[in-house]
Ligand binder design. Structure first.
Ligand code: AQP
Length: 330
């Protein structure tokens, strides 16, 4: 089975990214042929600083390695190093319905956040994402719940291409974790934890100091009750229950049972904070060892790109041929 996923080198990676995506990437190495891409070409679709982008790319690479990605057991590379992605994106744009792109929640949200300029790149984001995944004939895409709509679009693109030009692409499925698919902001638990537009106190970063992590959980917004149960009217507590279940590798039901007689939130919030701090501490420590060696990180990315190119170039050549563009044997 082929597994593929991409992660942006924007912002500081947070607990939502870690639980929704990175944790699944690590586990994917044991289940299949895993390919992971740091999508710098997606990061330039919104306002950004070029020098900062490079720094964040190394940060993200080091976080992924620190979390447990092993270049011997997966392919890890930088999107812009493999030009097949952009070429395929153009080919696929021609079997993508304009109307589908206008319905994307992410485009609506992110275009509203851009004060001065909304790029056509932001609009085409899902097409480039489809190229990333389809270039590797991917079976499964591990993502958080927010990416469900984009995966649906890429399935439609693959199906339309195959129907029009002949069987070329595998139609991929998403893999969304049962628990932790949508980690919510600790200060505004009705919205997802995210890189953009979030509060510092509501967002737990993978590289936060342990004390800072605990402080953020102690200040998490909950409700005026005392019961530790998942309920639609208790988004804050429900979020904390899910987070604790993931980091302790247990179920939300077991967490609810354990805290059935807690009689208040203070101790629970502190327990979640300490458990998350312990969960992230080894990643933070390993990151500190790996991050300074930028030449080493570049070597890992270059080796990954070479392997990725060998796979994706075959698919792109086939797509070109099927579409009748370029020389017949090209
Ligand atoms: N809150 C979340 N809960 C669970 N999974 C999440 N993901 C993002 N937020 C949550 C998943 O993380 C993966 C990487 O996402 P990305 O590369 O798009 O990174 P990002 O831009 O940092 O995502 P954000 O935080 O959501 O940023 P903005 O604010 O820019 O939209 C994806 O698989 C995603 O599902």
């Amino acid at each position: 089975m082929r597994i593929f996923s991409g992660i942006q080198p924007t912002g500081r990676k947070h607990l939502g990214n870690y639980i929704g995506a990175i944790r699944q990437y690590v586990e994917g190495q044991d289940r299949g042929d895993a390919i992971y891409c740091i999508v710098d070409l997606h990061a330039i679709t919104v306002a950004y600083d070029p020098a900062e982008l490079r720094d964040r790319l190394y940060d993200t690479t080091a976080i992924l390695l620190a979390a447990g990605l092993d270049p011997q057991r997966c392919i890890l590379f930088r999107q812009a190093d493999v030009k097949e992605h952009t070429e395929l994106a153009w080919l696929l744009a021609n079997v993508t319905a304009y109307g589908d792109l206008t319905r994307m929640h992410q485009f609506k949200e992110k275009s509203a956040e851009q004060r001065e300029f909304v790029s056509a790149g932001l609009f085409q984001y899902p097409v480039l994402q489809a190229a990333d995944v389809l270039a590797y004939r991917t079976d499964e895409v591990p993502v958080g719940e927010d990416q469900k709509q984009h995966i649906e679009v890429m399935r439609g693109i693959a199906e339309r291409f195959n129907a029009r030009f002949g069987e070329t692409f595998v139609v991929p499925s998403h893999r969304i974790p049962e628990v932790g698919a949508r980690i919510m902001d600790l200060q505004s638990p009705e919205r997802k934890m995210s890189t953009t537009g979030a509060t510092e106190l509501g967002t737990v970063f993978v590289l936060d100091e342990p004390d800072r992590v605990v402080k953020k959980f102690k200040s998490a917004v909950t409700d005026s009750g005392t019961e530790i149960v998942r309920r639609p009217d208790k988004p804050g507590i429900s979020n904390l229950i899910e987070i604790l279940a993931v980091v302790r590798d247990t179920t939300p039901d077991a967490v609810e049972k354990e805290y059935a007689d807690a009689g208040g939130y203070a101790g629970f919030k502190e327990d979640v904070g300490r458990a998350v701090a312990d969960y992230l501490a080894p990643v933070r420590e390993r990151f500190a060892e790996l991050r300074p060696n930028e030449a080493g990180l570049e070597r890992i990315l270059a080796t990954g790109a070479e392997k990725a190119r060998a796979i994706s170039s075959e698919t792109v050549t086939l797509a070109r041929r099927r579409m009748g563009v370029g020389p017949p044997d090209g």
